[in-house]
Structures are given as C-alpha cells and as structure tokens.
Design a protein around this ligand. Sequence first.
Ligand code: TPP
Length: 327
Amino acid sequence: MSLSKEQMVKLFTNLVRASHYDKMMYRRMMQGKLIGFYHPAEGAIAPGVGACTFLNKDDNLNPHHRGHGIGHMLSKGIDVSTFLAEHTGKETGCCKGRSAWHFHYPDDKVYQQSGFIGHNFAPAVGWGYAAKVRGMGQVVMNCSGDGSYGEGRAHESMLMCQNWQLPVIFFCENNGMAIFSSAEEMHPTEDISSMAQAYGMPAVIVDGQDVFAVAEVAMAAIDRARKGKGPSFVECKTMRYNEHDIGTPDLKGWEARSEEEHAEMRKREPVALATERILADGILSQTEIDGIHEAALKEIEGVEDFADSSEISRPSEAELLADVFVD
Ligand SMILES: Cc1ncc(C[n+]2csc(CCOP(=O)(O)OP(=O)(O)O)c2C)c(N)n1
C-alpha cells in the first residue's frame, strides 16, 4: 500500500502538531502548571499518529499513555482543545478537570488509560465483539507499550480475539523500556510481536520512527479488520528520549541511561526524519513545512489561553457524586 501525497501531508501535519503538543506539556509541567503527571512522548510520537490518522470517527481507540495519547487522539480527528484544560484542573476540561490524566472522550469512542497497565485489553475484546455483532465495519485500535504484554490479560485478550475473529488491532509501541526495566530483561523474545504467533495471529514489525511506514502497516491492519478478517498485531520499534514521567529518574536498571545512548536515539528523531522524506519526495516545500509548524504553534497558543482563562474545577459534593457510577 503506498501513500498518496494528500495522506503524507495529513500524517506530517498530525506529527508536527503532536510533537508541539508534547513539548508544550513538558514545558508546562516544568513550570508547575499541570496537575498530576506527564509521560513525555518525545522520540515516540510517530506510532500514535501513524496508527490513528486513518481511523474512522466510529472506530474505538485505546490510546497509549505516552504523551497521554495526544498524538493518537488529535490524529483521529478529535477536538483536543479540552486536553490541556483537563490537565490543569479546569471546569472546561474534557472530564471537567477532575481526572488529572485518566480522562476519556466517550463521544469519540476514546477511553484513556486507567492507572493500570494493560487495563485496555479486556475492553478491546468487548468493543471488538460489539463491532462484529453490529457488522458495520468498525475496528478497535488497541495501543499499548511493550510493558503491558507481560500482563495476563493481554494474552487472554489475544486468544479471545483470534478465536472469535474480532476486528482488533494489537498495536504495540515498543520503546524497549517499562519505567526502569528494559524489554530485554522483561521479555523472553526480542520481538513482542512474536507472542502473536502463539495465537495464530498475523504480526508485522515496523520502524516506529518513520510515521509513513507505520501508517502503511496500520492501514493494512485496519483494512483487514474492517473486512472481517480478524485481529492482527503491529509492533512499532520506537524510543523514549526522556524519563518515564517527568520527575522520575531516567534509569535502566540501576544505571542512568548514558549520554551515548541518548545521542544515538536522537539520530532518528521522527519529525526530522519525516521532514527529510517529505522534502526529498517533493511533497512539500520548506515554506509550506514552516507554515505547518506555525499553524500548530498557533493552535497550541489558543489551547493554552483557553485553559489559562478557564475556571478552576471546584465541584460540590453532589456534583462529584453525579459522575460516580455504582453497580
Ligand atoms: C498493573 C500495573 N503494573 C505496574 C504499573 C506501574 N507502571 C506504570 S507505567 C509502567 C511501564 C509501562 O511500560 P510500557 O507499557 O512499555 O509503556 P511505556 O511507559 O514504556 O511507554 C509501569 C510498570 C501500573 N501502572 N499498573
């Protein structure tokens, strides 16, 4: 599947927007202007963009927690102007500023991470089952990191999706780390996608630094699922440039990750790689690229103004309980 010029421009634009959002979140966390945590996505911004740019509005999405799913969500076409307001505890946030970062966008069929790694797998089976029963060609893009594939529910879910031939894409963003633990220390095989073989599920490995390559394999997996051909597994080999979350030491095991490792990783920065490609292929000029950056920065300025000028969330006891479900 080769990408059209229009598709490449869309991917590039989403990548640039996602990257600027991530940088803004990092900056605001350092300025003490966010509540809760932030898990920076620098270095690992391309997988979410590639996975989600060509999803339909009524497809289900479980975004990965890196970048708090900003790249995934804006690429799916969601109005994420309430994302920062949520992270700053404002009434105008997508969950009225009450979630810190465990929010969701239910109207867009997006459910953000809970605090539990791997929580997304069981709902993915349910949504996949519902999609199959409805028969309207919906798919479930189920994104998570390498760390979550150590969870039993990942395996139960892969088994059930394969047995029932559900339209679920197991999209693994393998940055080789789970907080301080390296993937090689945690998993018996180098490729997480090899686990899919045990369930007879087709799997593909892709360069997660290359947004265009990711999109091509994601589109093939989406197409397959939409046509009722069942689940598949996509493993993106990617990188995390910063610490796991801001304030946590950047260790691998007991050692700080070295300057050499950082320098090596930064040689393959996704926005730089995409820019190089898009110029080489004559898809956009440097002036057009500059315009995309300017538009993204302007969008983010607006989002910051909106969040900063919004009322802080101070729910009464009754309002707090209004959003609590008891079964
Ligand atoms: C069930 C569970 N176990 C452990 C944790 C603590 N924890 C939070 S993030 C994380 C690492 C996740 O790694 P990965 O899935 O590879 O994603 P990454 O953060 O590297 O992008 C861990 C172990 C948790 N939140 N939930």
